[in-house]
Design a protein around this ligand. Sequence first.
Ligand code: G3P
Length: 218
Amino acid sequence: MKIFLDTADVSEIQKAYSTGLIDGVTTNPTLILRSGDTLYNVASRLLKECPNLISVSTEVVAETADEMIEQAKTYQPLGEAITIKVPCTIEGLKACKILSDQGVKVNVTLIFSVAQALLAAKAGATYVSPFIGRCNDNSFSGIELVRAIANAYSVQMCTTEILAASLRDVHHVSRCYTYGASTVTMPPSIFWKMYDHVLTREGLDQFQKDWESATLLG
Ligand code: G3P
């Protein structure tokens, strides 16, 4: 089970990374825009400052496979964790196949169907990213999509990993892992909610009070 953060905010990533529980980071053009920095700078800082990350997704934006591969070359030298993120289009899948054959990690993004996930696996993708929240926003179940992709991959013995993305709450995170995602990428706000439970807090308060009373007795 792997936990990725879906953000380009390096200070937020560092804070969560210091827990030792974060395995990777995903970015997209929207998150890069929000960060106020360039994708190259964000990826470069992450690889230096968070050396145990196994994957940092850098998304290429281009019309053709050749252009995508050219863009990928900018990020690849940064380190082995660099994972080139391509869209699930014919050109994206062509780029995925060529890069995967060269041993480059590829994440095929914007996945909304089993057919797309199967083609991405056929193209040698390391990860496929079904967008759970956006499925739900469009009145079909993102969780069911994860389950269906996991079933198809199991029947076909695909080694591509399901990286569930576009998560909006902790409940969906738990269900994605339960139904076959090896990895979930989430905004830091969701990561910090995963450990928290009102009954844990109440139990701790009571134990603290009882500990203090017991100490007074002793
Ligand atoms: O990794 C993809 C994710 O950032 C998309 O999330 O919330 O924009 O649907 P969202």
